[in-house]
Ligand binder design. Structure first.
Ligand SMILES: Cc1ncc(COP(=O)(O)O)c(C=O)c1O
Length: 378
């Protein structure tokens, strides 16, 4: 038995949809991109929605749309993937990483308050593992400091906060449709915003910065990238979107099974991100990431990962501390700057969780983990 850490769940609907596009003669951006944008928009309470080739592309375009660049600072919740720090750096602004809450792993608003300055223009919180940030606290803080919010909702496709879908309210929300996410377009992402004019600007920025002139020629007013999604990807996304809520419900039942199986041999601190009152039901469980009690073990995390792999269970680390990558160490970030983020980064282990798994698979992972940890006990 081999259990993948993450995997897309594609079926006949996706195969037929991509086959139809490939045979249609229109395979780059076309009617399926438009249809996916409309269907996503309906999912996000009618807010303007545009799709791109990845969430990383959407991050770059969102920062460009807001005019962020040299001299600006951007707060980033530090339990996140490398993409947000990278894109802030790429547009020439300064990434200011913010520590996270140890339990939810979401941005710590008290630490954000310590790091905000007159130069801060944007805050990028991540809804870690699919658990929504405290949206009341986040948006109150943004209003107080006049910041734009770019929600990194890569892991929160299908999540909600107090009954409202992530992406259906707020400022800018970005989603990833990478194969590890709750729905996939192979590679892909979406940007959701409030103003149609902003969405129109995204269309320009995602395609070379080109706009059409009345005489049917083209102008470029910004050196944009090329981030348009193909119709093949969009057609797959349309089929996946129909299944999204079912995928999330299944992920949730798998996560609940993990929670029943794990406490028997893992102490409280090791449990995966859990939240603030009121939003637990909206957790879409993109990932199930525990923390290992490394001080009680004679083996390193890498050795434990190898031992799990030898038993047929793939695991991963989500995430390393972004402020300690070479890019940001060169800017003066150091060990000790973000204690909770570093503690999590050093001890976290992401266990398999995806819509293609069954309860027996979770049992197998838990039994394997129990054996591996027993062997590793000091
Ligand atoms: C939290 C987070 N943000 C952003 C991204 C980037 O998404 P993409 O791969 O679509 O560029 C990822 C990808 O894993 C992610 O985990």
């Amino acid at each position: 038995m081999t259990i993948a850490f993450a995997a897309p769940l594609l079926g006949e609907e996706e195969f037929a949809a991509s086959d139809a596009v490939l045979r249609s003669g229109w395979i780059a951006s076309g009617p399926n991109v438009l249809a996916l944008e409309n269907e996503l928009s309906a999912y996000f309470a009618g807010r303007p929605t545009r799709v791109l080739t990845s969430e990383t592309a959407a991050l770059e375009v969102a920062l460009q749309m807001l005019g962020i660049g040299a001299g600006d600072e951007v707060l980033i919740g530090a339990q996140t993937f490398f993409s947000s720090g990278n894109m802030v750096e790429k547009v020439g602004a300064r990434a200011v990483f913010v520590d996270v809450d140890l339990k939810s792993r979401n941005i710590d608003m008290l630490d954000a308050a310590r790091r905000v300055t007159a130069k801060t223009k944007v805050i990028i919180p991540t809804h870690y593992a699919g658990l929504a940030c405290d949206m009341d606290a986040l948006y109150a803080f943004a209003a107080e400091h006049k910041l734009r919010v770019i929600e990194d909702a890569a892991l929160a496709v299908g999540s909600s906060w107090q009954g409202r879908s992530i992406g259906s309210f707020g400022d800018i929300a970005l989603f990833s449709f990478h194969p590890n996410k709750n729905m996939t377009t192979i590679e892909g992402g979406a940007l959701v915003c409030n103003e149609v004019l902003d969405a129109k600007r995204v269309e320009v920025l995602r395609f070379h910065g080109i706009s059409r002139l009345p005489d049917q020629t083209r102008d470029v007013d910004f050196p944009g990238g090329k981030f348009n999604m193909t119709d093949v990807s969009a057609a797959i996304g349309r089929a996946q979107l129909k299944k999204l809520d079912g995928f999330c419900a299944h992920r949730r039942s798998l996560a609940m099974h993990y929670l029943q199986r794990l406490p028997a041999f893992l102490a409280d601190q090791l449990l995966p991100p859990a939240g603030h009152a009121g939003d637990e039901a909206g957790h879409s469980w993109n990932m199930f990431a525990i923390r290992l009690p490394l001080d009680q073990l004679s083996q390193s995390r890498a050795e434990i990962m190898d031992a799990m792999k030898a038993r047929g269970v793939a695991t991963s680390v989500s995430y390393e501390a972004p402020h300690l990558t070479s890019v940001f160490r060169k800017q003066g970030w150091n060990v000790g700057d973000l204690p909770n983020t570093e503690l999590i980064a050093n001890s976290t282990l992401t266990l398999p969780l995806h819509a293609g798994l069954q309860l027996e698979d979770i049992d197998f992972v838990c039994d394997s983990l129990q054996l591996v940890l027993n062997n590793a006990k000091r």
